[in-house]
Design a binder for this molecule. Structure first.
Ligand code: GLC
Length: 573
């Protein structure tokens, strides 16, 4: 197969990073360097890797300047000007958002903070998470629970606002839940599985509180939360990076929690691919949507969690064993993803011309993809410049849909090469009407309809075309887009998306999702006051105001990112 970019180390794009290593290089490096832990905040922040990259992209900003002239943000950024020490301890319940250098935030920001604080969940007096939605007008279902994935933007908002305690509490509480015995009927789940969600039960008679977790055994469709453990590791790294407090991750119980998660996804089996095989509905899209197999969202989160674990694992005997396994897997995973999940104009044309039924190592069409399975829409959707990681790759099956979360995480984790990251952003810009429309951002594109909808979703009435998971528009995705924009030096795209969101979100009471081809309508069954829509907006705003926040959720900015990109034809092996 004409691998699109082959082994990235051949490109030289990812070389010459002095503090971190390329995945391709990891095999040759000294592990002690890989374990370069986050240093105490005030030292780390003087010139963090992310800040350096930002300054080298010359798209930096001055928070003071941008406060008064938002149009100037990300210009004239001097990272040294913006050193800040850890924020003072603040009450999670009462305090107002930190205002940067007299910056008057958008009026929505204050309301968003109020709503976010209203969503806090307390356990025995301590805040431990945020409820999925505070909407009282609709049936609760499980929206009164703290979802692990939903808490991520809340956690980032609190970290960015100098309130790490709740994040620490959440990390420790979910870790306790992990050690529960988990059973679905008579079947016992793996030890490392993290819950999809939990809630606090109050007993008013005994005046006691207990936690109740759902590992999939109560979830609609009994779907497995494969993403939870990955988000947990990613959050532990975000906490460590943001606070400089390495003691939490170093705790034996956190180390064990990480190892248990890793054991689940690094275990050997029948797999012929380094990607992780999953059932449908195992991630943000938690209903049957044809995302079974090797969904991009899970693969990107898997990659990012592995990289975070590499930074967090202790170098003791147990830790080292995992480090070795992670390094090998990252090497294979990045090669596989960058080669086979990547689609751009050239690759599309190659697939269109594929021969089938090839046997042996010399096969070009390794997965026996039948060109006739290429959907019509993809030919129009693909811009001349641009590309993306497709939804899924397995034998004779390529899911060509574009998924937002997986592509953004691919950028943030540097699963995407610098060229691929730029190409993903190129595509978002070229297909703005389709992907952002009137409300950012499509969870996936395009929607499936008619026969395909019946087959793929099992005629799911919630996932009809352009609704919910089936091409619906999810405001929570704003924070991921913003982070990806900042990492690739394109803050103007994020600004445009935030403006769109600001024109509707508050008026519509912070819906969970929007429906329609352009995302014009509040979603059919969308909850209002959906916490991650609120937190996602706040995180996007704070990151744009202070791009150095990006460091807590992004890895390995490539300082060699060049304005002149090499396109896919130069990546061919
Ligand atoms: C929906 C979403 C899921 C989210 C949950 C709670 O089921 O698909 O990703 O975690 O709502 O908000």
């Amino acid at each position: 197969m004409s691998s699109l970019n082959g082994d990235v180390s051949q490109n030289g794009n990812t070389r010459n990073m002095d503090s971190l290593f390329t995945v391709a290089e990891i095999e040759e490096v000294d592990f002690s360097k890989l374990l370069d832990r986050p240093k105490p905040l005030n030292i780390e922040r003087q010139r963090s890797f992310d800040e350096r990259s930002l300054s080298e992209l010359s798209v930096g900003f001055s928070p003071r300047l941008s406060a008064r002239h938002p149009e100037n943000s990300l210009r004239n950024y001097d990272p040294h000007e913006y050193l800040f020490s850890p924020c003072s301890r603040r009450s999670v319940i009462s305090c107002t958002p930190r205002s940067q250098a007299g910056f008057e935030p958008h009026p929505m920001v204050a309301e968003a903070w109020e709503n976010l604080r209203r969503s806090l969940v307390f356990f025995r007096g301590q805040p431990v998470g945020t409820i999925a939605a505070t909407d009282t007008s609709d049936e609760k279902l499980n929206y009164d629970q703290v979802f692990v994935r939903d808490f991520v933007p809340s956690a980032l908002a609190f970290l960015m606002n100098g309130e790490p305690e709740i994040v620490k509490n959440f990390i420790l509480k979910t870790l306790r839940l992990q050690s529960w015995e988990k059973k679905i009927d008579r079947f016992q789940l793996g030890e490392g599985v993290m819950p999809a969600s939990f809630k606090v039960l109050h007993d008013p008679f005994r005046n006691t509180e207990t936690l109740m977790a759902d590992f999939g055994e109560s979830a609609i469709g009994r779907v497995a939360p494969v993403d939870s453990g990955f988000w947990w590791i990613i959050l532990l790294r975000a906490y460590t990076k943001s606070t400089g407090d390495t003691s939490l991750a170093e705790r034996p119980e956190c180390q064990k929690g990480m190892r248990l998660i890793l054991s689940l996804c690094l275990s050997e089996g029948f797999d012929t691919f380094p990607t992780l095989l999953c059932a449908d509905g195992c991630c943000m899209i938690d209903r049957r949507m044809g995302v079974y197999g090797y969904p991009i969202e899970i693969q990107a989160l898997f990659f990012m969690a592995l990289r975070c674990a590499l930074l967090l694992l202790n170098k003791d005997d147990e830790g080292k064993e995992f480090i070795e396994r992670i390094v090998k897997r990252l090497h294979a995973l990045s090669y596989h993803m960058r080669s086979y999940f990547w689609l751009d104009f050239k690759q599309l044309n190659d697939i269109y011309r594929y021969k089938t039924e090839e046997y042996s190592h010399t096969a070009v069409n390794k997965f026996n993809v039948i060109p006739d399975s290429l959907p019509d829409w993809v030919f129009d959707f693909m811009p001349t410049h641009g590309g993306y990681f497709i939804g899924n790759v397995s034998p004779a099956r390529m899911d060509f849909r574009w998924f937002c979360l997986g592509n953004c995480i691919a950028i943030l984790s540097s699963l995407a090469t610098p060229e691929q990251s730029m190409a993903i952003m190129d595509l978002i810009e070229s297909r703005w009407e389709e992907l952002a429309g009137e409300m950012p951002l499509k969870v996936c594109y395009p929607a499936i309809d008619s026969h395909e909808w019946r087959i793929e979703t099992g005629s799911d009435p919630k996932n009809t075309r352009w609704s919910y998971h089936n091409g619906g528009s999810w405001p929570v995705l704003l924070w991921l887009l913003t982070a990806a924009c900042i990492k690739t030096g394109r803050p103007q795209i994020a600004r445009r998306a935030i403006e769109l969101a600001e024109s509707r979100l508050q008026k519509d009471n912070w819906p969970e999702y929007y429906d329609g081809k352009c995302g014009r309508y509040v979603g059919k069954q969308a909850r209002k006051f959906q916490t991650w829509s609120i937190a996602g907006y706040l995180v996007a705003k704070m990151m744009l105001e202070d791009p150095s926040h990006l460091g807590m959720i992004a890895l390995e900015e490539d300082k060699q990112m060049k304005p002149a990109m090499r396109r896919s034809n130069s990546w061919t092996c």
